[in-house]
Design a protein around this ligand. Structure first.
Ligand SMILES: [Zn+2]
Length: 87
């Protein structure tokens, strides 16, 4: 998570149209600076009705599953500057 280049972490899902934005600093405070971005994505997926690992859902081999992803990771957008350098 320390390497995440953006100030705001954006979560999006292909399937359920959910989305969530969270400031990296807030996530760090909540989950600790050692939290992995993949783990945070997993937390986001767990709130999705299409969560493939949800115990409430019966296994569906070809069923819909959550398409959560991080749109910024492959966007090619230049990294945000640390807040301290923009003040
Ligand atoms: Zn989803």
């Amino acid at each position: 998570m320390r390497e995440y280049p953006y100030v705001v972490v954006r979560f999006r899902c292909h399937v359920c149209e959910r989305g969530g934005d969270a400031r990296l600093a807030v996530l760090e405070r909540k989950y600790g600076p050692g939290a992995l971005i993949g783990g945070l994505l997993r937390i986001f997926v767990s709130g999705c009705p299409w969560d493939p690992l949800s115990p409430a859902r019966k296994p569906q081999k070809y069923g819909m599953r959550c398409g959560a992803y991080l749109p910024d990771l492959n966007s090619g957008r230049p990294p945000d500057l640390p807040p301290s350098t923009t003040a």
